[in-house]
Design a protein around this ligand. Structure first.
Ligand code: COI
Length: 353
């Protein structure tokens, strides 16, 4: 059961939806529940958005025992609201929880909490094209203890943020720096989990890439440093000689829900797809042979983001003449038409609210 605590102090909603950006504005309410070994997950409640009071010794602050998810609520043209594959996000969150020794939660209860939160916050879902309400569920470890072990107490929370495009320059192709010094994750680590440490590990490389004029870093595998992994905020796809290729799920990359959706959309369209180990050298060789047709990233926040430039070991290549390629555009349109309710959903991905 999910309780509700009302507030009469509401925030001013953004008036100019073209300036939302990503992840800076938060709504009036949040969902929380708590975990203790005695009570399990309990006290599920939609309550006014507020700061947590936390012990400085809370384990999440020291050892990063935390996980998160990202999904979106979309407003259709008829004003109605819908979610995209929300059960898949909560299922993946429990996979991350298992890896981080966080107790499993009841995905039905989490979904009930989300639906109740969205019901209260429906007016926060923006109206303008390409905007949505970003949903950020997360769990933090709260035991006040500085010894190393799994926490006994946790908070599960969902916050909401009205958003526009993830990248400041919208759908224009991004420049990607192929990282050959730092690594993000190794097999046997927790690269497949949505946990803070993976993102903390990426920050320095991201900053250095920005200084060199690139938007994002493309990670290579941590052992051979030869094979394409992911970008961190998105999975990576290449169109090589007409085939849509993406790195196979190998334990060190995230099993992206957008990644899976694009593979299914492409297959339905008769585009040949392949999940495989992709050597970065082969991508550059394909570019030399004129066979690298397109490259793009996929993610909830990033949606489908065309890649216009790749730089690896001092070599820069331009992809699709720095423009958005035809398969990238088609995938973007088909996915977003389903997400915003402009097209039928033949896959059963949409949950109408
Ligand atoms: C998402 O796409 O929801 C993500 O989690 C990426 C995020 C780190 C911005």
């Amino acid at each position: 059961m999910v309780n509700f605590i009302k507030t009469d102090t509401l925030k001013q909603k953004p008036t100019d939806e073209s300036k939302l950006g990503f992840g800076r504005i938060f709504t009036d309410y949040m969902f929380t529940m708590r975990y203790s070994p005695e009570e399990g997950w309990h006290d599920a409640v939609v309550e006014p958005y507020h700061a947590f009071e936390m012990d400085p010794a809370a384990m999440v602050l020291h050892y990063g025992q935390t996980i998160f998810e990202g999904l979106k609520c979309y407003r259709r043209e008829d004003g109605g609201l819908q979610l995209f594959r929300p059960r898949d996000n909560f299922a993946r969150m429990n996979i991350s929880a298992e890896r981080l020794s966080i107790p499993q939660f009841d995905a039905d209860l989490a979904l009930e909490g989300l639906l109740k939160l969205l019901d209260v916050e429906r007016d926060w879902v923006p109206h303008q094209k390409d905007t949505s309400l970003y949903i950020r569920p997360f769990i933090i470890a709260t035991d006040p203890y500085v010894g190393v072990r799994a926490s006994n107490s946790y908070i599960f929370c969902i916050i909401l943020s009205p958003v526009g495009a993830y990248y400041a320059h919208g759908l224009s192709p991004v420049g990607i720096y192929v990282e050959d010094n730092y690594v993000r994750a190794v097999r046997g680590g927790f690269g497949f989990a949505k946990t803070a440490g993976n993102y903390a590990a990426s920050l320095k490389a991201g900053e250095e890439a920005k200084k060199k004029g690139f938007d994002q870093v493309l990670w290579l595998d941590g052992v051979d440093r030869k094979y394409v992994e992911e970008v961190g905020s998105m999975n990576m796809m290449f169109v090589v000689d007409g085939v849509l290729k993406t790195p196979a799920l190998n334990g060190s990359i995230l099993a992206g829900i957008t990644r899976d959706s694009i593979l299914k959309l492409a297959e339905k369209d008769g585009i040949k797809t392949s999940e495989e180990r992709i050597a970065i050298a082969d991508i550059f060789a394909a570019a030399d042979e004129g066979k690298l047709d397109e490259a793009f990233g996929t993610g909830t926040a990033a949606v489908v983001s065309p890649v216009g430039e790749l730089c690896w070991e001092g070599r820069k290549i331009t992809v699709s003449s720095g423009e958005i390629g035809p398969i990238t555009a088609k995938m973007y349109n088909q996915l977003t038409d389903i997400q915003w309710g402009r097209a039928e959903d033949p896959f059963g991905w949409i949950m109408k609210l």
